[in-house]
Ligand binder design. Structure first.
Ligand SMILES: *[C@@H]1O[C@H](CO)[C@@H](O)[C@H](O)[C@H]1NC(C)=O
Ligand SMILES: *[C@@H]1O[C@H](CO)[C@@H](O)[C@H](O)[C@H]1NC(C)=O
Length: 478
């Protein structure tokens, strides 16, 4: 096809209409970042990013929304975004929300609502933190069972932003000073500086325009497991009648580290364990449970796993479990743990028939290298007949994908137990101390229902046994 002046406008028209159909969202240029410090922590098996930024309203009207830019390839792996005023902790967490996803754009945004709109020319210091899950790529991709493991992380040395940034720097923190590779910048820019286990890009004193990126890559030693829980199903069953709260957790655990380049050698592994060297395999997990936890069990697809140790005292309860085999990169280990606790450790009665349950949202393993959770389903089974269920959780709101209250019917229930189900995404073990508080009403009538059902179905069984016995009797007579 040849372009003639006549065909050109039509072509342009065609192009512009295609573009407008997928027009990317662009935040209004209401701010500049007067000063920004970006900290990328690669110390655990997930990334934690902290952005401390002095923002300034550069338009003539008050503004109450700041937009956080996230590269599209990371957007679905971002978790637990929290924003606060660095100079006013009383202002609490700011409300954040993902801007409707525009899949064609290279950048996605979170909208941060400032509690008070910022007047023209005014400044505010935001403290922004979030986690990036499935952040790394092992390099080499395969290693032998006793080799060191190295991980790679890609990011931008200019902090991605919807606004012009006057001054900034990016600091990267590693688990050790063994950082064999990192991108060096062009000569015109300040050179990256490595000091021990810290690497600094910048300070960049020339204004960086909105949307500008400066891609860099770092490679560092991480001879520890890259523990990734694809899905955790955590059930908490409250029984007023039994005075008990039962916990059960089912894990789909996966190691995202480097795969083995040779077949696993059990003899060599057993010998090396004598020296307890650092290893990228998951060989042990420690759960620190609430005091008063008891009746612990630990199973996998084969059945009971005997390699566990449980210790309990007045102050703490600790469960140490070993997978049936060391879980190397690319391997999975699905398992279940469960325990009971006295209801009085978690349930309080308010006035009359109102109750409050306070439980941790997560109680998974506490590992020095961290654990990340892609999906978590928390199911809280309240007693049969519980109603008017309300909940609050200190897990960041953006991590809660969905919550529902429904009825869950089991064998002996007449009405069905009231189930609160909360689905969360992209959590990390840093959030282990976050709790869920559930309030509900539960009347004397509904508390009587269970024993009555147990009693009447016991009569049913008795009658059935009697009838069967009678039949047998008849047969034996014949
Ligand atoms: C598993 O272990 C528990 C407690 O240690 C025991 O009560 C149960 O019978 C065991 N189950 C099997 C299938 O071995
Ligand atoms: C590592 O192992 C997993 C599971 O077997 C496989 O899906 C993945 O492709 C492997 N990766 C490499 C780099 O060999």
């Amino acid at each position: 096809m040849r372009f003639t002046p006549a065909s050109l406008p039509a072509l342009l028209l065609g192009l512009s209409s295609t573009f407008s159909a997928v027009a990317a969202f662009v935040p209004p240029a209401s701010f500049k970042n007067a000063n920004l410090v970006h900290v990328v922590s690669a110390e655990k098996n997930y990334i934690k990013e902290t952005i401390n930024v002095l923002i300034e309203n550069i338009v003539k009207t008050p503004v109450d929304e700041y937009f956080l830019a996230i590269p599209s390839d990371k957007f679905s792996r971002i978790g637990s975004l929290e924003v606060k005023d660095r100079k006013d902790s009383a202002a609490g967490q700011f409300v954040t929300e993902a801007v409707e996803v525009d899949s064609s754009s290279a950048t996605q945004y979170f909208r941060i609502s400032l509690p008070k709109s910022l007047a023209a020319g005014a400044q505010q210091t935001l403290g922004i933190t979030y986690y990036v899950l499935s952040a790394y790529r092992p390099l080499p991709a395969t290693i032998t069972q006793d080799e060191k493991q190295y991980l790679v992380y890609d990011f931008s040395a200019y902090c991605p932003s919807a606004y012009e940034t006057t001054k900034q720097k990016t600091e990267v923190k590693f688990p050790s000073s063994d950082v064999p590779d990192f991108t060096q910048l062009a000569a015109a820019l300040p050179q990256a500086q490595k000091q021990g286990s810290k690497l600094t890009y910048g300070p960049f004193d020339k204004a960086v325009p909105a949307g500008a990126l400066l891609p860099v890559e770092v490679r560092f030693e991480f001879t520890k497991p890259v523990s990734h829980v694809e899905r955790l199903e955590r059930d908490i069953e409250v029984s007023h009648w039994g005075g008990n709260v039962a916990f059960e957790e089912r894990y789909e655990l996966y190691n995202r580290g480097a795969n083995l380049s040779t077949l696993f050698n059990r003899v060599k592994w057993a010998q090396s364990q004598f020296y307890n060297p650092p290893t990228p395999a998951i060989k042990e997990m420690k759960f620190s449970l609430r005091p008063g936890s008891e009746d612990v069990y630990y199973t996998d697809v084969i059945g009971n796993v005997t390699t566990s140790r449980f210790r309990s005292s007045k102050r703490e309860a600790s469960l140490e479990i070993k997978p049936r085999y060391p879980v190397f990169g690319g391997w999975k280990f699905p398992f279940t743990v469960g325990w009971n606790s006295d209801a009085k450790n978690f349930v309080r009665q308010l006035s009359g028939g109102s109750y409050v349950l306070n439980v941790p949202f997560l109680e998974g393993p506490k590992q020095q290298e961290g654990v990340e959770y892609e999906q978590v389903r928390l199911q809280i089974l309240l007693p049969e007949g519980a109603e008017n269920v309300k909940y609050f959780t200190s897990i960041p709101a953006g991590s809660i994908a969905e919550s529902t209250v429904s009825l869950h019917k089991t064998f002996l229930d007449t009405v069905g137990r009231t189930a609160l189900i909360i689905e969360a995404r992209n959590l990390v073990d840093d959030l282990r101390d976050r709790e869920v508080i559930v309030s509900y009403d539960y009347s004397l009538l509904s508390s009587l229902r269970k024993p009555v059902v147990v009693f009447s179905s016991a009569i049913g069984l008795f009658v059935a046994a009697y009838l069967i016995g009678g039949v047998e009797l008849k047969f034996s007579k014949n």
